[in-house]
Design a protein around this ligand. Sequence first.
Ligand code: ADP
Ligand code: TRP
Length: 321
Amino acid sequence: MRVLSGIQPSGQLHIGNYFGMMRPMIANMADNELYAFIVDLHALTSVHDQKQLAAGTMEAAVDFLSLGLDPERCIFWVQSDVPEVTELTWVLSTLTPMGLLERCHSYKDKIAKGIAPNHGLFAYPVLMAADILLYQAQRVPVGKDQKQHLEVARDIAHKFNSLFGETFELPEAVIDDDLAVVPGLDGQKMSKSYGNTIPIFAGEKELKKRVMAIVTDSTPPEEPKDPDKCNLYNIYKLFAPADRLAQVRDLYLGGGAMYGKIKLELLEILWEYFRPARQRREQLLAEPDQVREILRQGAEKARARAVPTLEQVRRRVGLVY
Ligand code: ADP
Ligand code: TRP
């Protein structure tokens, strides 16, 4: 299977991104042809600060590599290093009904949050469709919020195929329902935009602040509680070893679970869980040229796949004369 997914280089990576997107992608390296990339052109729809975008792209690349993405076993690149994607975006734009984009929740949500509604933001799903179709991806692991964008990509692919002949595979979204939503400090979906995240690579002090801020109820420790309704437990269970998790679950059910103690334990487990990744990250941050070289080679491989698809598209629509 050809599996593909991208992440925006905007903001600190948090444990929701890790469980929802990065870990499933890394797990996919084993038996699939994996395409993983940093979508800097998408980020440009809302980040208009040169330093922030450039540094964010490097940081996202370093994070992905530190967490276990192996560039020898996948194709890993930065979106804008394969310029063919923008040409395909234009061709697909000419087939995309306005109404299809006007219905996109993500666009409406972003405007509601105060992001200026520029044309790029509106056309975001067309660029995403081009990302997916250019590499003939079959599976696209994403969080629930991206489901509609995958439907848009399928609609556009279908339209192209029926007008110009079978060209594109219809991609399928892969959404893991168990991990679809990692809760944030306040119990809502963990998200940068809600300010309720646990950043994977925060320093020890910052991490402690965040973990201690996980919202819990005021039931006295000796009273029984339902672990599944507790936000702290729902985060803790992502990291704790099975035997310890079973003990803590019993403490919730039988009385005796002390939130402060569990938080300190979570802090320790979190710190150890990401220790190897943190060490790799330090090394990679010290060698940015090595990271750039990995991305350059990735873009070359991605381009080799992209060019034949785009050539076929150009021929089919009549751009070759
Ligand atoms: P954020 O909501 O913090 O801005 P992004 O929209 O940049 O995160 O998401 C990047 C990837 O991580 C997407 O595939 C998204 O579905 C996934 N993701 C983000 N937050 C969560 C979460 N709380 N639980 C599961 N997956 C998430
Ligand atoms: N829109 C996705 C997000 O915000 C990122 C993305 C861009 C993407 N292109 C993609 C995801 C192609 C999967 C496939 O999370």
